[in-house]
Design a protein around this ligand. Structure first.
Ligand code: NOJ
Length: 747
């Protein structure tokens, strides 16, 4: 009886909340209606117009004008890259001088933290820790909102199968399932318990879509792709973002099958707004409306504005196309007023939901800003997520962890003392912040970890570009004088990111020669690789006993790396992208088709799908990452061998930590649909768990398989599960399957 009563109370509370939410949203629609009625066409177009603050360009600037004057006359509805309560207040005050006093929206690329920076998103994805990733977005939102920001242009949810493309650093890697889980978490993290709560910012799922499949990995390049591939691989993370309630979407620079995404009716209206019933608004990417002219899809800016708005693009970032052409298009009846109204409504709705009409300055409280931007908990968290993002790629002869009492360490390489670089690309450039003092460098992290007696010797060896060997002798000398060598190499932070495609993704310059010279001393060597993408480092992978992939880890990089090097944290990261042996294998991804002539590495010359000069297998596979302990997988059990479309299969197995230290394992469940109306990938990740086990501990783990996990988009783009046999594979990486079985889907 008591249960029944509390259950009824719960239902009553849930109903009350949803009724009040409904009432709230009705009220907002009425307020939008009444505002729209008062607005001139010019004011409406103002709401669809966005510009960046002076000197804050993240793209080519085509318009340099008096933004404040335009804001006062109601011609700008949103600014990007204005940050800090002082500046946002100043701009908002200008908006309050406009006729209708419609508040501005402040957007910013808050990609991986705000003042406290977290690992680059690709690195966070390597943690496979969904709760932590959500928390990272949450803290970024807390800091950004305290600093006047209403809206982040994140998460970037583009699938990345091509490490030449510099923007893989911003995404969650190559897998649609992992990326969807992360997209959902990031949106939830940014938006918290809902817009209107002061510590939430609007999320923006970008770039819609298929931007990551740019031909040749060259940024902004064209994409040509089948629709089943689009639906199966590239769209799922965007759908997950919609499901999580993403307030906004950004379209992309690329054309998809000949139609620029910004002017793409199919993507924006048919899929996003109609089929997925997305209620938020779509912002163009920087200048992407105007770029439909060089694409050859629009004759001029006016034509571009016409195509963009009809295709469903609501806000114009930096093209000035709506500002200069939309009124004429409406007057000429080429664009119905209803289309403009719909776009304006979507934007105003969000301004109401954020509470900006009730208090336009509610995000501009300097006291809160000071408090949140210096919150020590945020730093503690930065260290936690940074160490969980590190991937241990090799650890022969238990080279790691190192002893804190080691007598001497040579710490060599271009990235040892890097400071700002540790923030990674797309970190926020706050005015007046002494960044270099805010970061923990690798040198500092290690210094504060080892005993006071430990002698640390530094040699740079060369800078990141490593064009000369001039500093190698000093590095070799330092190595000879020490018991152990840690070599920190890799990219500079700005070698990945937007417009940072590389045709050659080897370690830059002569870095690998530096490694060879140091290894030749015979000392134990640990290599740290800092990068925003998978790199190629074949010789190092084959000859150096210990390799740690550190990506760019943010504010607490040095401490997190030291935690892993000295065993205070047992590494648990797994690669969210395949690492190729050479650029010639790209694009490379684990969930490929089998082909009619599948190859194994050993039979490349035998009329099979292979290279005659290179293996097919990657250097390091998707899902791979080592630990200081080992895990045993055993006793796989399926509770049935047949499943009906409305049924479920329970899967259980035992995981044991067979080593001497506690550790976390990411157990991965893959499925293979053996025969399909379209060929299916050799395996697809369908679930995973990150499990912590003490030494010697065993746990029985379980997964559930249902129709959802068996479905794909068929040739008619229907989401179907086709009857037939499926293989189930459970393992420690996509290439290290420990348990297998099969089952059948019956009608
Ligand atoms: C261009 C980038 O493609 C996009 O991701 C970013 O949000 C905008 N610039 C604004 O900085």
């Amino acid at each position: 009886m008591r249960h029944f009563r509390s259950f009824s109370i719960l239902i009553f509370v849930a109903l009350a909340i949803s009724t009040s939410a409904l009432g709230q949203s009705r009220k907002i629609e009425q307020r939008v209606d009444s505002l729209l009625k008062q607005m001139t066409l010019e004011e409406k177009i103002g709401q669809l117009t966005q510009y960046a603050g002076d000197n804050q360009a993240t793209g080519p600037v085509n318009f340099k004008g008096d933004h404040l004057a335009l804001i006062k006359s109601g011609k700008i509805g949103s600014m990007l890259s204005i940050m800090g309560t002082k500046y946002t207040r100043q701009y908002q005050e200008a908006a309050m001088q406009s006729r209708l006093k419609i508040p501005l929206l402040f957007g910013l690329d808050v990609i991986h933290g705000y003042k406290t920076t977290f690992p680059i998103p690709l690195a966070e994805a390597a943690s496979w820790d969904i709760g932590l990733i959500e928390r990272s977005a949450r803290i970024a939102a807390i800091e950004a909102s305290a600093s006047g920001i209403h809206w982040t242009f994140a998460p970037m949810v583009d699938i990345g199968r091509d490490p030449r493309w510099g923007r893989v650093m911003e995404g969650a890697g190559e897998d649609p399932y992992l990326a969807s889980r992360i997209a959902f978490a990031r949106v939830r993290g940014f938006q918290g318990t809902g817009l209107g709560n002061l510590d939430s910012v609007m999320a923006c799922a970008k770039h819609f879509t298929a931007y990551g499949a740019a031909v040749g990995g060259r940024d902004y390049n064209s994409v040509d792709m089948s629709l089943p591939q689009l639906w199966d691989i590239y769209l799922p993370p965007f759908k997950a973002a919609v499901d999580a309630g993403a307030a906004t979407f950004m379209n992309s620079f690329n054309d998809l099958n000949g139609v620029p995404a910004t002017g793409n009716h199919y993507l924006q209206r048919e899929i996003l707004k109609d089929r997925w019933n997305f209620q938020g608004f779509i912002v163009s990417d920087w200048g992407s409306i105007g770029e439909m002219v060089p694409h050859g899809y629009a004759a001029d800016r006016k034509d571009a504005a016409l195509k963009a708005i009809l295709a469903g693009n609501d806000m114009d970032m930096e093209s000035s196309a709506y500002r200069f052409a939309l009124a004429e298009l409406v007057n000429e009846k080429k664009v119905p007023m209803a289309v403009v109204d719909e776009a304006v409504r979507r934007i105003l709705r969000k301004k109401f939901e954020l509470g900006l009409f009730d208090d336009p300055f509610r995000y501009s409280d300097p006291e809160r800003e000071g408090r949140e931007l210096n919150n020590p908990e945020h730093r503690d968290f930065a260290r936690e997520i940074a160490r969980k993002s590190i991937v241990l790629l090799k650890n022969d002869k238990q080279t790691l962890p190192l002893s804190k009492n080691v007598r001497s360490i040579a710490f060599i390489g271009p990235n040892v003392k890097a400071e700002r670089d540790n923030h990674g690309f797309w970190s926020v450039h706050l005015p007046n912040l002494d960044y270099d003092k805010f970061i923990v460098s690798q040198w500092e992290g290690v210094r504060s970890k080892v005993s006071g007696e430990t002698k640390m010797v530094y040699a740079q060896g060369c800078d990141v570009d490593c064009r000369t060997t001039d500093g190698f002798a000093e590095a070799v000398e330092a190595a000879k004088l020490s018991d152990v060598v840690v070599l920190s190499v890799g990219e500079r932070a700005n070698m990945s990111g937007e417009a940072k495609s590389r045709s050659n993704i080897h370690l830059p310059g002569k870095q690998e020669e530096l490694i060879k010279a140091v290894v030749a001393t015979g000392k134990p060597v640990v290599v740290l690789i800092n990068a925003g993408r998978p790199l190629v480092f074949d010789w190092t992978a084959d000859n150096v006993p210990a390799i740690v992939y550190t990506w760019w880890l943010g504010t607490e990089a040095g401490n997190a790396i030291a935690d892993v090097l000295f065993g205070d944290y047992n590494p648990s990261g797994k690669l969210p992208m395949t690492f190729p042996r050479s650029e010639g294998q790209i694009p490379i991804y684990y969930n490929h088709f089998n082909t009619g002539r599948p190859a194994r590495d050993e039979d490349a010359n035998n009329y099979v799908s292979a290279y005659i000069d290179l293996k097919n297998s990657p250097k390091f596979p998707f899902g791979f990452g080592l630990s200081y302990t080992d895990f045993k997988y055993a006793d796989l059990k399926l509770d049935r061998s047949q499943i009906r479309p409305d049924g479920k299969i329970g899967v259980t197995f035992e995981l044991t930590n067979t080593g001497k230290v506690a550790g976390e394992e990411v157990v991965q469940l893959y499925l293979h649909d053996r025969v399909g109306s379209l060929v299916r990938p050799v395996k697809e990740l369908k679930d995973f768990q990150k499990v912590k086990l003490g030494p010697g501990e065993t746990k029985r783990l379980s997964f559930t398989i249902d129709k959802e996990k068996l479905s794909f988009f068929n040739g008619d783009l229907q989401w179907v599960a086709e009857p037939g046999e499926f293989e189930i594979m459970i393992g420690s990486s996509s290439a290290d399957i420990r348990l297998r079985d099969k089952f059948e889907l019956v009608k």
